[in-house]
Design a protein around this ligand. Sequence first.
Ligand code: ADP
Length: 528
Amino acid sequence: MSLVEIDLYKELKKHFGFGQFKGLQEEVIKSIISNQNTFVIMPTGGGKSLCYQLPALMKEGTAIVVSPLIALMKNQVDALRGISSQDGIAHVLNSSLTKAEIRQVKEDITNGITKLLYVAPESLTKEENVDFLRTVEISFMAVDEAHCISEWGHDFRPEYRNLKSIIKKIGDDIPIIGLTATATPKVQEDILKNLGMTDANTFKASFNRPNLFYEVRPKTKDVDVDIIKFIKQNQGKSGIVYCLSRKRVEELAQVLQVNGINAVPYHAGLDPKTRAKHQDMFLMEDCDVVVATIAFGMGIDKPDVRFVIHHDIPKSIESYYQETGRAGRDGGEGHCLAFYSYKDIEKLEKFMAGKPVAEQEIGHALLQEVVAYAETSISRRKFILHYFGEEFPDDGEGADMDDNVRNPKKKVEAKDQVSKLLRIVNETKQTYKAKNIVNILIGKENALIKSHKTHSQPFFGSGKSHDNKYWMALIRQTLVAGLLRKDIESYGVIKLTDDGLAFLKSPESFMMTEDHDFGDANDGNIIT
Ligand code: ADP
């Protein structure tokens, strides 16, 4: 064991009382200690905070932690004060502080007492704060929830875009640590570029949550009854039911209560006292179920949430992963049940209607992934992990933990169809998105297809013997299998991968399963 390691374990024990590092923590901490730009991608609960807290406590100067979540910052500051005899060890700097409090914070930083300074990006932009921070020693800058920098992330915040220029103003060579709990390959790239740290040491933990069971059920008019039945079958267990609107939260919470379920509502429209009360009731086991909008959950660290139900499908896979991630934190059972109807997708599309075009395109592309997730009949875990750029082997941990794997649909040989599909992608020079490739296969013309004269090509309509749903399913499965890929910059144009090119040269067996049919078919969506 090197000296650094011995010291690190000693410091870990001294400050946090832990005997071991969790996952990649040790490597991350070494990277930070040696002043390298560092990028950490770890699922929620992975132990990200300690990755910057421990080096901050060990290093000279003050570490600045940027986070958009004020409540979370306060929790962390309280926790840090709890492990130190010095209250000044950690501070939050925000606009709600009095002049005297601000003076105290600055004094503690100047005197070298404060090791961690938490700030919201808005506060960091303030000139007076930047001017002050330039004059003191900064050990490093940690950017928490770094996905907020990307329009492709599930929580884009424009203030995050200015961070790099502010950091530069504070000091030219301050090491930067980016941290996030969700990041698709595209979001990762955006983070590294925007923070100007393409040289960063990157540490990515697996996003697999083997103890979570994923299930999708069709959403019918009886969805409330279905939810009641599910909760009754899981009597006494803690769970969260997510709804899109506050109104639905209120209604459903009442329906559950009337049916003898100990449920409370939670949304941002409730007064802060009621919200805090309901959150506490959930944490203290005074109620079993919280019916909530996405306002609930940020920083909720209840280890034994046994189910997360989505009454309404969320707007991206990242959101779904994040929200379902609140189940089974203790490693025990965690059932993630989503009710899906294509009508809900149309509703979400409508919400985006007034937004700038680029934002709509992004929103639409993210929603298409949600549709694909809901309708797919392949392993849901494999689908989610592929989305996050991770390959999941058929026999990986938790491989049988979803409805599709437990009740597999019959697989059919699709070697010839895959060849046909890849050939069309190739011969149309990789210019079309999935829906138009399907149109070309089934021989449906539209303005774009005509403008490229694709409708007069010999292969136009060559896939007529199968319907659009079949082809959409096949495209999705070839994407997951890595024969095709979606180009994100162009909002989803389909490209061939090297494996896809190899398949074209010498086709192999490809076993596919058709998608689930959710009744209120999304044909309108595929053929536009
Ligand atoms: P994240 O920010 O990645 O969601 P947290 O930093 O909140 O995760 O850590 C999750 C939990 O793991 C916390 O309760 C924390 O105290 C605990 N934890 C972190 N590091 C260790 C460790 N080395 N040993 C034991 N527990 C740890």
